[in-house]
Design a binder for this molecule. Structure first.
Ligand SMILES: [Zn+2]
Length: 499
C-alpha cells in the first residue's frame, strides 16, 4: 500500500486501545479488515492483544487505523476568518480544532484552551479565510476508465479545494477503486460519490455504456440497469445500492410511470435518486420528487418542443421568445419548489451564443438553431433562485488540460455573474446544499464540530469576490493536508473515445 508520509507523522502518539474504543476507528477497522491481506490483519491483532511486546525503534509498524489511511493526531488552525456554510456573516479571529479526521471544536481564538493545545500541531493561519471543502456535483471520471487520467483530474480537484465530487455514471468498478484509493489516502483526491445508472433498454447501445460495462451486457449490470414495465424496481434499487454507489441516476428514455416508481422506491430504501430534469417520453413533472434534477435548460426545451419522445441533443427547437417569465416555466418552477427537489443548473454546459450564430442557416436554408444559450439558462436559474429553489453547482465539463484550476470555479463565478447568486449563495451551492444532494449532510458540507475536517483556506475574501477561490493556499480533507504550493500542474492527457 502506498501511503503518504503524512500518515506516519504522529506514529509515536499512537495508542491502540484508544483507537479501538473510538467509533470512527471501528468503522475504518471494518473497512480495513476487508482490504488488508489476512496475514497483515493477524499481525495487527496480535499487537493489540499484547501491547507489552518490546517496540523495535528502528521500524515503525503502522497501526491498522494508519494503514487504513485515517488522519491521525490533534491539529489546531488559529486565526482564521470562518465562513462555515451555515450563516451569512464571516467570523474573524476564530480557531478550528481537529482530532484525526473530524472537527471537534470551533471557537474564538481567545477561547482556545490549554486542553485544546495539549499535544496539538498548531498552524497560525494569519487571518486567512476558511470555508467548507467544495463539491462539484457533476463530473465524469470513468466513462472510459483510465486510472492515470482520472487520478490527474482528482489531483487537480483536491489541490483546488474540492473535497468531494459526484460522478454521474461510469464504470462503477473503476469508480469504486478510485473512491477507495482516495479514502485510504493512497492518491491525492476528493471523496468520490458516484451513481448507478437506470434508463430505458434502448439507451444501452450507446458506446458510452459499452466502455462503462466491458465484460458484461450494458443494461443487465447492477450499475447500468435497463428498466421496463416488467422490472422489479425494489430489487433493482437494492442492486444499485449494492454496487456501493451513493445514488441512482435516471437518464435518457423512460416513461413517466417508471421514473416515478424509481423515485418512490429510492425514498423507501433511503437512497438518493438523481434525475435529468427530463427523460423521454416522461415530462419534467415526473422527475419532481427526485433528490436532484440536472440541467436547467431542459425545461426550456420542454416548452419549445413539447412532443419530444426520445433523448438527444440534435435538432433543438427555436428558443426564440422563451424566457424565464414564460408561463409554462413559471408553472414548472412553482411545482419544483413544492417538490423539494434540488436543481443542478450546470451553467457550464450552456454557451454564450452570438447574434451571428443565432441567425446562421444550414445549406438548405433552414435555421441552424444553436442549443440553449447561457443567457436563457442563467435567467431560468435566477428565477428558480428567487422563488427559493435550492441550487447546486455541478460542471459536467472539465477545465482545459492546461488549466491549473478546476472547472467548478468558473461554474461558481457564472452562478454569481450570470444567475445572480451572491458569493455566499454560490459557496452554499458547492458545499452545504451539494452535501444535501448527496444525502451526506451529517458528515460534510459545513464547518461544524462532529463533521469531517474538509475545508479550504483562501487568502482573499470569497464573500467579496467569488474568484478569490483562486487565492487558495490549503485544502484539508478528512484531516489530510494538501498545500497548494505542493501542486505542480501538468497537462492532463485527453482520452480518445472509441467510435
Ligand atoms: Zn453528465
Amino acid at each position: 500500500m502506498n501511503l503518504s508520509p503524512d500518515s506516519y507523522v504522529n506514529c509515536a502518539k499512537q495508542n491502540w486501545s484508544k483507537l479501538k474504543n473510538s467509533a470512527v476507528a471501528a468503522i475504518f477497522l471494518g473497512i480495513a479488515a476487508t482490504l488488508l491481506p489476512l496475514d497483515n490483519t493477524k499481525a495487527q491483532q496480535s499487537t493489540a492483544e499484547a501491547p507489552a511486546v518490546e517496540a523495535q525503534p528502528a521500524q515503525h509498524k503502522p497501526t491498522l487505523a494508519e494503514a487504513a489511511g485515517l488522519a491521525q493526531g490533534k491539529v489546531v488552525y488559529r486565526d482564521v476568518v470562518l465562513i462555515d456554510g451555515t450563516s451569512e456573516n464571516a467570523r474573524p479571529d476564530m480557531a478550528i480544532v481537529i482530532q484525526d479526521d473530524r472537527i471537534t471544536a470551533i471557537v474564538p481564538n481567545s477561547a482556545v484552551s490549554e486542553d485544546m493545545l495539549d499535544g496539538a500541531t498548531v498552524y497560525d493561519m494569519a487571518g486567512e479565510y476558511v470555508l467548507p471543502g467544495l463539491i462539484d456535483s457533476h463530473v465524469h471520471l470513468a466513462t472510459l476508465p483510465h486510472r492515470a487520467t482520472a487520478s490527474a483530474y482528482m489531483k487537480r480537484y483536491i489541490y483546488g479545494g474540492i473535497t468531494g465530487v459526484r460522478d454521474m455514471a461510469g464504470d462503477v468498478r473503476a469508480l469504486a477503486d478510485l473512491s477507495r484509493a482516495s479514502l485510504v489516502n493512497e492518491i491525492p483526491a476528493p471523496d468520490l460519490f458516484y451513481a448507478s445508472l437506470m434508463a430505458g433498454p434502448d439507451f444501452f447501445s450507446d458506446p458510452r455504456t459499452v466502455t462503462s460495462g466491458l465484460g458484461g451486457v450494458p443494461g443487465k449490470l447492477p450499475w447500468m440497469q435497463a428498466i421496463t414495465e416488467d422490472s422489479e424496481i425494489a430489487l433493482m434499487v437494492a442492486q444499485a445500492k449494492g454496487t456501493s454507489a451513493t445514488g441512482i441516476k435516471i437518464y435518457a428514455n423512460l416513461p413517466g410511470k417508471l421514473v416515478q416508481a424509481i423515485i418512490a422506491e429510492g425514498k423507501k430504501q433511503n437512497f438518493p435518486v438523481w434525475s435529468h430534469l427530463q427523460v423521454y417520453p416522461a415530462t419534467p413533472y415526473d422527475s419532481l420528487g427526485a433528490t436532484v434534477a440536472s440541467h436547467v435548460c431542459m425545461i426550456a426545451r420542454y416548452v419549445g418542443e413539447r412532443n419530444k419522445q426520445r433523448y438527444g441533443h440534435d435538432n433543438p427547437p427555436s428558443y426564440e421568445g422563451i424566457t424565464a417569465e414564460h408561463p409554462e416555466i413559471r408553472k414548472y418552477i412553482s411545482a419544483l419548489l413544492k417538490s423539494g427537489t434540488i436543481m443542478e443548473a450546470t451553467l457550464s454546459v450552456y454557451d454564450e451564443i452570438s447574434a451571428e450564430q443565432a441567425a446562421a442557416l444550414n445549406e438548405d436554408g433552414t435555421p441552424q438553431r444553436p442549443g440553449c444559450s447561457r443567457v436563457l439558462a442563467a435567467g431560468i436559474t435566477r428565477a428558480m433562485l428567487e422563488a427559493g429553489v435550492p441550487i447546486i453547482a455541478g460542471t459536467d465539463r472539465a477545465a482545459p488540460a492546461d488549466d491549473p484550476f478546476p472547472k467548478l470555479y468558473e461554474e461558481m463565478e457564472a452562478l454569481v455573474s450570470d444567475a445572480g447568486l451572491t458569493p455566499q449563495q454560490a459557496i452554499l451551492s458547492a458545499t452545504s446544499v451539494a452535501a444535501r444532494g448527496l444525502g451526506k449532510s451529517q458528515d460534510i458540507g459545513t464547518l461544524e464540530a462532529g463533521k469531517f475536517a474538509n475545508m479550504v483556506f483562501v487568502k482573499q475574501d470569497p464573500l467579496a469576490d467569488i474568484s478569490a477561490l483562486r487565492s487558495i493556499s490549503l485544502t484539508v480533507k478528512r484531516g489530510h493536508r494538501f498545500e497548494r504550493k505542493d501542486y505542480e500542474h501538468k497537462n492532463i492527457p485527453e482520452l480518445v473515445y472509441p467510435e
